[in-house]
Write a protein that binds this ligand. Structure first.
Ligand code: UDP
Length: 402
């Protein structure tokens, strides 16, 4: 495949991840396109314009271009984006006919809907990657509108290939949506090892101006699903007055601002103001320093399709204590690179965190194992697998849902 059109309607690869609508998917799109381009491929990312300042077309590097498509108000909230999917698809279509594209890679259900239309209009193969699935989120109490579930089911029926992060996601696609298994390819994301690599904790702490004492780290968008409150309560259960928790990231989604307020209040109520540090979203170079500065990363998500944060922490040689959900079950090797926790009891998280803090030799061994394990994931491999999928697809008859 020579030129791939990557649809990323609701998040631009040019934006800083860690708050708002920008998280793992933003990183995924940026890194996968970067790696495709570096391997000699060409990809153009189509994203919805959200400001006046950025030019319509940004050449990020040879083979990697971003086109900002006007569709709806710049500050349209994510919940209203379904209203402008058609406009986004129409305007993207006018770019696609002008150039020689030979496939579509749609990210998330909104771009999936746009991609589904464009596939039929332009007779192009459609590869879809969902990042999260509404019926999976609903299992743990995070409900999405019915129209999203219906749209996902429709896009799944007509995608020529669906990319899954892990075997767990394959099972979810088949179980919840009746996806045809032979059309699913497991293509795990990667991690940038040139940034996320082990380093000296003391140096990292000096760089960040953090003093001695045990440091727990939470990284991610602040929204109920991510369980920042569980991380905070874990600190209480630890019963170590010197231990601190850094929360790196910002509010995200409709519930984000209320959730941030709630966790800040919780910190005040629990008398932890001096021990919980809120840090705004950080670029990857700086984030790596936060990982290196910490003793353990806590990831108590209710659901997680992959969990890039767990992989980045591992690549920096930091054990992760994570919820036993979704992709985290693949990423974290229980007892070897970190611990998987069933349920959401802070005491269970604290027990594992304590065992790491109490056993320096054991934690060091785990850190080494985590860093080694993380080398199974590189963006170059992800891009190579995607490349193969693109080549295969160009030889197949397209799925027809009519
Ligand atoms: N992230 C970041 N800066 C921050 C917080 C998060 O760049 O301050 C990035 C983080 O490095 C990771 C992504 O946001 O690559 C979060 O991905 P993950 O899969 O863990 O969660 P998602 O956002 O997809 O729910």
């Amino acid at each position: 495949m020579r030129h791939l059109a990557v649809l990323s309607m609701h998040t631009s690869p040019l934006v800083q991840p860690g708050s708002g609508d920008s998280g793992g998917m933003t990183v995924y799109v940026r890194e996968i396109v970067c790696s495709l381009a570096r391997a000699g491929g060409q990809a153009t990312v189509f994203t919805r314009r959200t400001d006046d300042r950025t030019p319509e077309v940004v050449e990020v590097e040879p083979g990697f271009r971003v086109v900002q498509v006007d569709s709806g108000h710049h500050d349209l909230p994510k919940e209203r984006l379904p209203e402008v999917v058609d406009e986004f698809a129409d305007r993207t279509s006018s770019h696609l006919v002008d150039d020689d594209f030979d496939g579509l890679l749609a990210n998330y259900w909104l771009s999936g809907q746009a991609g589904h239309r464009l596939k039929h209009e332009l007779d192009l193969p459609l590869i879809t990657v969902f990042h999260t699935l509404a019926r999976v989120k609903a299992e743990t109490g995070d409900f999405e509108p019915q129209r999203r579930m219906d749209a996902e089911a429709e896009v799944i029926r007509c995608s020529d290939v669906i990319l899954a992060n892990s075997g767990e996601e394959v099972r979810q696609l088949v179980h919840h949506y009746g996806a045809v298994e032979s059309r699913i390819e497991i293509v795990p994301p990667g991690v940038d090892h040139s940034l996320f690599s082990p380093g000296f904790q003391d140096d990292a702490r000096d760089a960040l101006g953090i003093g001695p004492g045990e440091l727990l780290l939470f990284v991610g968008r602040i929204q109920p699903l991510k369980g920042v409150d569980v991380a905070i309560r874990t600190l209480v259960e630890l019963d170590r007055p010197d231990a601190r928790l850094a929360v790196v990231g910002g509010a995200s989604g409709v519930d984000g601002p209320a959730e941030e307020l709630r966790v800040r209040r919780l910190v005040a109520e629990l008398g932890l103001t001096d021990r919980v540090l809120f840090v705004p979203p950080q670029p990857h170079g700086q984030l790596a320093t936060w990982y290196r500065a910490s003793d353990v990363v806590v990831m108590p998500s209710r659901s997680e399709s992959f969990g890039l944060v767990a992989l980045e922490a591992a690549a920096c040689g930091v054990p992760v204590v994570a919820a036993s959900v979704g992709g985290l079950r693949t990423l974290v090797r229980h007892g070897r690179t970190g611990y998987l926790v069933e349920g959401r009891r802070p005491a269970d998280y604290a027990a594992h965190v304590s065992s790491l803090l109490d056993d320096f030799a054991g934690a060091t061994e785990m850190a080494i194992c985590a860093a080694e394990h993380a080398w199974s994931y590189t963006w170059a491999t992800t891009a190579a697998r995607l490349h193969r999928v693109c080549d295969d697809i160009s030889l197949r008859t397209l799925v027809d849902c009519s």
